[in-house]
Write a protein that binds this ligand. Sequence first.
Ligand SMILES: Nc1ncnc2c1ncn2[C@@H]1O[C@H](COP(=O)(O)OP(=O)(O)O)[C@@H](O)[C@H]1O
Ligand SMILES: Cc1cn([C@H]2C[C@H](O)[C@@H](COP(=O)(O)OP(=O)(O)O)O2)c(=O)[nH]c1=O
Length: 192
Amino acid sequence: MYIVFEGIDGAGKSTQIQLLKQWLEDNGFRVETLVEPTDSEVGKLIRKILQRPDATTDNVQKTLGLLFAADRMLIMDKLEDKSKIIISDRSFISSLAYQEPVDWIEVLNKYAKKPDLLVLLDLDVKKSVARTSGEDTFENEEFLIGVKDNYLKLAKNYTSEIIDANNGVNKVSSDIKKVIAPYLGICPDCIQ
Ligand SMILES: Nc1ncnc2c1ncn2[C@@H]1O[C@H](COP(=O)(O)OP(=O)(O)O)[C@@H](O)[C@H]1O
Ligand SMILES: Cc1cn([C@H]2C[C@H](O)[C@@H](COP(=O)(O)OP(=O)(O)O)O2)c(=O)[nH]c1=O
């Protein structure tokens, strides 16, 4: 099963993926976690470009769209592993939410694997900006308001669960477990 966590910067993806991984392993599942951008040569270049002051300009955004698509091709084989649950921190859906024009981004990601389940952590933009160091020029309110709206529209195109990420860590984690349990045959009532 390929599960993708999405959400704006600082939504709690990394935090929740670690908690979910531990819980699934405690329930007897084998789990592998991935992150986009990856730690490949392409991913490293992306992280460098993200810190440019002009990262949100049209041309740099189009460059990033190309690079993100190239970067994720390097992990496509890992997503086919049926022996474990793959949980990814971001996916091509991030490109559809952050970059534009969407029709071009869709073509670039034609060969990207679609998730069996999209978990969208929906966080207020003000909390996102407060939580992130503001390193990447993406982490500004006006830009992230658009990204948040894009995610809510995109979620309708996939098997998805939208989680209120404004709650405390444990409440968010419990909400995630409750919605994921049925997909994996775990009894929801067994969850604290
Ligand atoms: N539910 C939460 N409430 C308050 N702070 C949180 C919550 N979840 C995560 N954080 C904090 O917000 C920051 C971003 O969390 P992180 O899991 O790295 O988000 P993401 O991976 O989506 O960027 C971290 O400092 C983390 O400790
Ligand atoms: C994977 C991906 C990420 N991004 C953006 C989202 C983030 O701002 C940044 C990735 O940095 P990241 O370290 O993932 O930030 P965070 O975990 O706080 O979201 O790149 C895109 O714009 N398109 C993409 O396809």
